[in-house]
Design a protein around this ligand. Structure first.
Ligand code: 13P
Length: 235
């Protein structure tokens, strides 16, 4: 079974830092020889490098759904193609909340980059008030975030990232992850990642849970040593 270990750098790390990180990551992955691991990093746009490393992928955190055109502040397929990039994060809660991305907008993005054959790391996750309302509310909320996307797309990877666990240092409990992933596995056969305060100490236990096929890591991926610890947990 493939295990996905993905790093979302968000708006951190410069191009020079990502270059140094990538070189070291490449030699580390060449050394450990773990073909069942699919490792990806998602740098910010100014730090995108050509996606030509042998042992991991470079993807984009966001892109607009067009070949090119008048979309001030956005990048599009043509710019990504120049870097041979074919992985994209879509629907991250920070984009849904801070940049007001609607489900409709997300659906457009999904359809366009599906057509382009991208691997799509599609994020869903509930706020704390929904989690507190119980199982049915949670299922309704997450289902609504999955509505309008092709759940049978073979290059779809779903990342369940509860908003209340992102950047807090406290991940969801093993029971919460296990039960949510079990529920999601009834809705889709896509690989299911967990994200939200994953680190080198909790990764092994999270990755050992049924229906967890990988992790999407923010803060703990910024230092390569710490990200290596998470990769190690997937060995
Ligand atoms: P943290 O690992 O910093 O909680 O971020 C998770 C995340 O949002 C990854 O996309």
């Amino acid at each position: 079974m493939i295990m996905y270990i993905a790093a979302n750098f968000k708006s951190n790390l410069t191009r020079a830092q990502v270059q140094a990180y990538s070189q070291e990551l490449e030699s580390y992955l060449a050394h450990i020889q773990a073909p069942h691991l699919k490792v990806s990093i998602f740098p910010s746009h100014t730090a995108l490098l050509a996606n030509d490393f042998a042992h991991f992928q470079i993807g984009a955190q966001n892109a607009h759904y067009a070949q090119n055109g008048a979309f001030t502040g956005e990048i599009t397929l043509k710019q990504l193609a120049e870097f041979n990039i074919c992985s994209l994060i879509i629907g991250h809660s920070e984009r849904r909340m801070m940049f007001n991305e609607s489900q409709e907008h997300i659906n457009e993005k999904f359809a366009f980059y599906k057509e382009a054959g991208f691997s799509l790391y599609y994020c869903i996750g509930e706020p704390l008030n929904v989690r507190k309302q119980g199982e049915n509310a949670l299922k309704d909320y997450l289902s609504s975030q999955l509505s309008g996307i092709a759940l049978d797309y073979p290059k779809l990877i779903i990342a369940y990232e509860p908003i209340w666990a992102i950047g807090t240092g406290v991940s969801a409990s093993m029971e919460e992850i296990a039960s949510t992933h079990a529920m999601l596995s009834t809705l889709t056969s896509a690989p299911l990642l967990y994200g939200g305060s994953v680190n080198a100490s909790n990764a092994k236990e999270i990755l050992s849970l049924k229906h967890v096929h990988g992790v999407l890591v923010g803060s703990a991926s910024l230092e390569l040593e710490s990200f290596k610890g998470i990769i190690q947990a997937g060995l």
